[in-house]
Ligand binder design. Sequence first.
Ligand code: ZN
Length: 343
Amino acid sequence: MTSGTGNSDDWTTPGTFEVAPGVHRVPLPLPNDGLRAVNVYVLRDDDGLVLVDSGWAITEARAALDAALKELDCSLGDVRRFLVTHVHRDHYTQAVHLRREYGMRVSLGAGERESLAASMTPHRNPLAEQLARLRLLGAGELADTLAGLTGTRLSTGDWELPDDWFHDGQQIRHGERTLHVVETPGHTRGHVVFHDTGSHLLFAGDHVLPTITPSIGFEAALSANPLGDFLASLALVRRRPDARLLPAHGPVTPSVHARVDELVAHHGARLDETEAAVARGASSAYEVAARLRWTRRERRLGDLDVFNAMLAVTETAAHLELLVAQGRLTRSDIDGLRRYATA
Ligand SMILES: [Zn+2]
């Protein structure tokens, strides 16, 4: 679906792929094989390069970005600014590291302030909030397993403040191009997308992904109703003019609207399944997650690795919280355990 040389059906194939005049997709490797790669988009004009997202700060991603920019007869020194869609490691941390060497400007959504402040706290367990939350959600064993694993590859040295914060409605000019900043809380509280209305392109980050549903509720400073936020942000993007979908994970596809409709339908069905699981007697988020099926391969919670099991439980909690907000379920916290019941 992308043009340019060397493209194959596998969107993770390294290289530079021109997706529109002056816009190149550059997939960069990730340290774990879950999402396989993250797309960085290189926007070029006469004064240099602007990049949407930066990749995870690992040697392999740095080398891949170096090689890709060389293919474009450029180098890291030509990058003037990183426009980062959200604070997750695979999007933000390489920008922080490269800025120390090259001094380019790094910009991030203002809604990420709190989560970033938590991540920057010295000597903090990077998953402290998530572990406490997992216990509340009935997944104490999972929290114990995770507590034993964290801290090895995750260092607070990856985190620094951006040079500036994006706000909704802001416009970024780069040569002939204007990018509209649209706040899309949900995947994270401060997630933003960049809409190039002139070229009909949406740099969607993880808000709209073509083949998977973005995780909801994985962040240090959590919103009260992250799934409600996410669905509202999908509706917001659906009301804007349609555009080609330039996602952070997966291939470029022709229509943002088409994919938003699928995501909305998916979450509608998932809310019904979640409510039904509670009606049949599951009461904690953990118990509900254990009754649902996960990934496109319909796997059971117990078959997921611990990190994905954590995401499954927090995602289930996000669905439960939305059902509470909709008046379909009730919630009570007793003795450190959150239980849900049919309303
Ligand atoms: Zn991501």
